[in-house]
Design a protein around this ligand. Structure first.
Ligand code: TYM
Length: 342
């Protein structure tokens, strides 16, 4: 039987941080064992907010290198760049024409980002979730491993596939049963790591767009910087680390990070640190963070030393991704009634 399909992606905007790793990429690695996995660097998404053209190609390449450094194996997974497969833009257009505008206006991330952009909100920012739906639906993905913040976008992709394409355009088989055109994907959001919070405010998400560098740990931060950021992380006056106390979001977040980075269960982590003051806990957290990132940083340096190898991986990925994407696009074009070329 064919393996279930997985697709996910990260935007190449600035450095990847612990939230991207623990909420998403780390979970992709295990899925390679059991699933047919596609991982894409979503560069078309990166231009939905003002971007620096001088950095886009480099950030795209470094994001791909980080996928591999985190354990994505190009022999088992298809690793590619979104803009190298034009079917993403084309399916996005077809989906645009059946997606109600008010579904997009409801998107929380659009509202949050639009507020930050002021007068400069692009149509692309509003349309972003439709492009994301195209990314997923093109590959007939069964599962999409993401952090909690992407859940609403996943629901939108499901609604577009089910209500706007399959329900309206599916052809019928001999018994009159509809033959679905697009597979309806499920999100995969693991509880641990799904929402890594800022180091400077335990009630807001760790994010690439936070202007305060101290709010996040980037995967390529050198050890001294990691220690410095953790040392300056927000704390509270209470002794002992604990989970689930709504008065102590920072304790909950940092203890969660410790558990994930040290490979401890939440119960073990809570018992390890129940009696620790912040002065004892922070150096311990810094140490486990540095140790967890050390192999990723080493592999990243090796991969960047061989740009030819990296380009080859992306070229191989482009071929495989294009094949799968072309077949889906053809199905959708056919169902929507387009004249075949030739
Ligand atoms: P992006 O680039 O913002 O984030 C990439 C992945 O990291 C997760 N993530 C987090 N997880 C836990 N805690 C955090 N603080 C945190 N911050 C980010 C995100 O949930 C995501 O899984 N729209 C997507 C990119 C995308 C995509 C796709 C994803 C485009 N097409 C198709 C899956 C499938 C985004 O902006 O992710």
């Amino acid at each position: 039987m064919a393996r279930a399909r997985v697709l996910s992606g990260v935007q190449p905007t600035g450095s990847l941080h612990l939230g991207n790793w623990l909420g998403a990429i780390r979970n992709w690695v295990d899925l390679q064992e059991s699933h047919d996995t596609f991982f894409c660097v979503v560069d078309l998404h990166a231009i939905t907010v003002p971007h620096d053209p001088a950095r886009l190609a480099e950030d795209t390449l470094s994001t791909a290198a980080l996928y591999l450094a985190c354990g994505i194996d190009p022999a088992r997974s298809t690793v590619f760049v979104q803009s190298h497969v034009p079917a993403h833009s084309e399916l996005a257009w077809l989906l645009n024409c059946v997606t109600p505008l008010n579904w997009l206006e409801r998107m929380i991330q659009f509202k949050e980002k639009a507020i930050k952009q002021g007068d400069n909100v692009s149509l692309g920012l509003l349309d972003y979730p439709v492009l994301m739906a195209a990314d997923i639906l093109l590959y007939d993905a069964d599962l999409v491993p993401v952090g909690e913040d992407q859940k609403q976008h996943l629901e939108l992709a499901r609604d577009i596939a089910q209500q706007r394409i399959n329900a309206r355009f599916a052809p019928k088989d001999a018994d009159g049963e509809p033959i679905p055109i697009l597979r309806v994907p499920e999100p995969l959001i693991l509880r641990q790591g799904a929402r890594v919070m800022s180091l400077t405010d335990g009630s807001s998400k760790m994010s690439k767009s936070d202007p305060n560098e101290g709010s996040r740990i980037n995967l390529l931060d050198p050890p001294e910087l990691i220690s410095k950021k953790i040392k300056r992380a927000k704390t509270d006056p209470v002794m002992g680390l604990e989970f689930g106390n709504p008065e102590r979001p920072e304790a909950d977040n940092l203890l969660g990070l410790y558990a994930l980075l040290a490979g401890r269960t939440p119960e073990q982590a809570a018992s390890d640190c129940a009696q620790m003051g912040w002065g004892q806990f922070k150096p311990l957290l810094a140490e486990v963070a540095v140790e967890a990132l050390r192999p990723v940083q080493q592999r990243y340096a090796d991969l960047r030393a061989d740009p030819h190898g990296l380009h080859q991986v992306l070229e191989q990925g482009r071929h495989r991704a294009s094949e799968v994407a072309a077949a889906t696009l053809e199905r959708v074009r056919g169902a929507l009634g387009f004249l075949k070329a030739g």
